[in-house]
Design a binder for this molecule. Structure first.
Ligand SMILES: [Zn+2]
Length: 146
């Protein structure tokens, strides 16, 4: 069985989780020794929430995520946080496959398409008016259940 999830709803879930208490939190973020992975942790939680609400008693054995290079998500950090967030859930032990999506933008002046690895860049023609076409994805691409 394969399900799809739009990046938009996942983004909203992450945003909602972000508003939780952040100071004096003794949760998993504290265990990591710093707050730098709060973003990935929130995403891990929202992934688990989005996936488990679609399950009907199955267990997930493989999950494919598309992560854009401009999304600000660090794949290795997300992998770690995914393990933390999936403990004692039907997603625990699932194989997490992260597909990185390169950044692509179109120049507003010369209309050339340029590959970028940061949200802000400059076209070869010198113009900074780049419209991002690809690379902000954060999407559950496939869910495989038993
Ligand atoms: Zn240009």
């Amino acid at each position: 069985m394969q399900l799809s999830e739009q990046a938009g709803s996942l983004g909203r879930l992450a945003a909602r989780l972000h508003r939780g208490p952040t100071s004096g939190d003794t949760g998993p973020v504290g265990e990591l020794g710093s707050g730098v992975w709060v973003h990935e942790l929130a995403i891990g939680q929202s992934i688990v929430a989005a996936v488990t609400e679609r399950l009907e008693g199955e267990r997930v054995h493989r999950l494919v995520l598309e992560v854009g290079q401009l999304s600000g998500v660090v794949p290795d950090a997300l992998r770690f946080c995914f393990e933390v967030c999936t403990r004692d859930t039907p997603v625990e032990g699932a194989l997490l496959e992260i597909r990185e999506v390169g950044g692509l933008a179109r120049c507003g002046d010369c209309e050339r398409e340029v590959e970028i690895d940061a949200p802000f860049g400059v076209c070869d023609c010198g113009s900074p008016s780049l419209e991002v076409l690809r690379g902000r994805e954060l999407r559950i691409k496939e869910i495989e259940v038993d």
